[in-house]
Ligand binder design. Structure first.
Ligand code: GAP
Length: 512
């Protein structure tokens, strides 16, 4: 199955099993906006719980806040978003479709890269065990030529983007003879800058109303509350403020499911440090964040760092943690050393002094900031796409199983009476009523046990508990493990402890 087909499978599994639905589907859907269904919202809440506790509970110098989506519009002037939060946009005059100019060029580069991949697959077949990919890349003329083409194009594109040279981008698109994938023509408009912020009006009358923006990042709510937090709590630098919340961006290209959405959720933490110490903290947070991802247990080989060459206007160092999504390695989380850019500009635009007084040294300064910014929806996609499996069973049948880490699974245990008679349902319901006080539990009595197992496998339930005739006599049940499919007998009085041992979020927190 190729990557595209696999992504389609993830999308259809998510829909069929109540994880993710297209927003406004009955009106034919709203592009790049999604709703989380019953199991999706449970899984998402568990991811939030893991992040929130790891930040605010495990660190005594990180506090959490929950700021409003709406902020004074000057916020976005100060942050640079009004002037610089733009994507270069280009329209095709024939198809009337709109594209990001840089993405058209990146797609062109990706095509050359896939030619390189094909050459390598062919050569690997030809040379067998003797094949050395590194040497082949360095010596094969055709591959060398492809590689130099891609580096030249990407260097040119980055230069044009850096210097805001929109004419240069257009000339590059023309020179590469890039055609619109829909119309097949190269009848392009000029490249224009397009601001990604959504705006609306606040106020009840036309005279009093003013234009405000839906926040494109949660971080600014943290900066605006910096003084409130310092003055109302006992935090001392270095300290962090964490927040989980919605962000909105009018993305030009909306594709790849929940990877790029117009309404999405961020889990951000701003760590305020003494000026000059930011690089030490930047390195420390890079390491800590990678450790956090690895603790989740999706597979350490699925992550890598990508250092930024083109830094955003506010940063003096930045990198991404990339994840191997069905579309390849792409950004999952950003870690940025944001200097004092934001606090300094809010001080300038608000006229309010935003200094931190350090009692130890007796000095005052505007703190520097190291930010960790994780997209919750991208994390969700990472979890679901790396967990979805088709497994062949010993009896020749197949099962679709979502091997999400037990600790974040939407339902922890399903309780199943073997039959719907002879006192088994009553016994099962008693167990269900006890377990649901501790865990998200399902009572499932319809269909054969085999069918019930398949249903629970598809939503990733770690344990299925069956109540049979022996249970009425010996007060024990059969518990089946989702991954090993092994079954064991467990006394009812230790059932909750047994499930808790394998599903508690504390297991993940202990690994950090
Ligand atoms: N405060 C810094 C900031 O917002 P960013 O790299 O623009 O930095 C941080 O975004 C993270 O937010 C990304 O790594 C990604 O996980 C997520 N994100 C950004 N745009 C997104 C979108 N359109 N849809 C889903 N997630 C997005």
């Amino acid at each position: 199955m190729d990557n595209n087909d696999f992504l389609k499978k993830v999308i259809s599994h998510s829909k069929a099993n109540g994880f993710i639905f297209q927003s406004s589907e009955i009106y034919d859907g709203l592009s790049a906006v999604y709703d989380y269904g019953p199991y999706g919202s449970e899984l998402k809440n568990n991811l939030k719980d893991f992040w929130w506790k790891s930040m605010t509970q495990l660190h005594d110098n990180i506090v959490g806040i929950d700021s409003a989506v709406f902020m004074d519009p000057t916020t976005w002037k100060a942050s640079g978003h009004i002037d610089a939060f733009n994507d270069p946009l280009i329209d095709n005059k024939d198809s009337k479709k709109r594209y990001r100019a840089d993405v058209l060029i990146e797609d062109y580069i990706a095509k050359i890269n896939s030619k390189i991949d094909k050459e390598i697959i062919k050569a690997r077949k030809r040379f067998g065990k003797k094949f050395d990919e590194k040497v082949y890349r360095e010596t094969n003329e055709r591959v060398k030529n492809y590689i130099s083409q891609t580096s030249e194009i990407s260097a040119k594109m980055n230069d044009f983007l850096k210097s805001n040279d929109l004419k240069g981008l257009k000339i590059l698109i023309d020179d590469l003879k890039i055609n619109d994938p829909v119309s097949g023509t190269s009848n392009w408009t000029d490249v224009k800058q397009f601001n990604l912020m959504f705006s609306t009006e606040i106020g009840s009358t036309s005279e009093s109303s003013k234009k405000i923006f839906l926040r494109p990042e949660t971080a600014q709510g943290i900066f605006l509350n910096f003084l409130n937090v310092v003055n109302s709590t006992r935090v001392k630098i270095p300290f962090g403020i964490a927040q989980i919340g919605k962000a909105f961006r009018n993305e030009i290209i909306a594709r790849q499911f929940i990877f790029r959405m117009r309404e999405f959720e961020q889990m951000e933490m701003q760590f305020f440090v003494e000026p000059g110490s930011e690089m030490k903290w930047y390195e420390e947070w890079k390491e800590k964040r990678m450790k956090w991802h690895n603790a989740l247990g999706l597979g350490d080989n699925l992550y890598k760092f990508h250092d930024h060459e083109n830094l955003a206007h506010y940063a003096n160092a930045a990198c991404d943690i990339e994840f191997n999504f069905p579309m390849g390695f792409k950004e999952l989380e950003g870690i940025h050393s944001r200097t004092d850019f934001d606090l300094k500009n809010h001080q300038k635009h608000s006229g309010k002094k935003i200094n931190y007084y350090d009692q130890k040294s007796g000095s005052s300064f505007i703190p520097y900031v190291v930010e960790t910014s994780l997209g919750l929806d991208r994390l969700f996609l990472a979890v679901i796409s790396s967990s979805l499996r088709n497994e062949k069973l010993e009896d020749g049948t197949e099962r679709v199983v979502l091997k999400v880490p037990f600790e974040i699974s939407p339902v922890k245990v399903a309780v199943m009476p073997l039959n719907a008679k002879d006192g088994l349902p009553e016994k099962a319901l008693k167990i269900y009523d006890e377990l649901k006080l501790n865990f998200k539990t399902q009572y499932d009595y319809k269909d054969s046990i085999g069918k019930r197992y398949r249903r629970q496998d598809a939503i990733g339930t770690p344990f299925c508990v069956t109540i049979d005739y022996d249970s009425l006599k010996d007060n024990s049940v059969t518990i089946r493990n989702r991954d090993s499919m092994e079954q064991e007998r467990v006394p009812i009085n230790i059932l909750a402890d047994h499930i808790n041992k394998f599903t508690s979020i504390n297991n993940l927190l202990k690994k950090i």
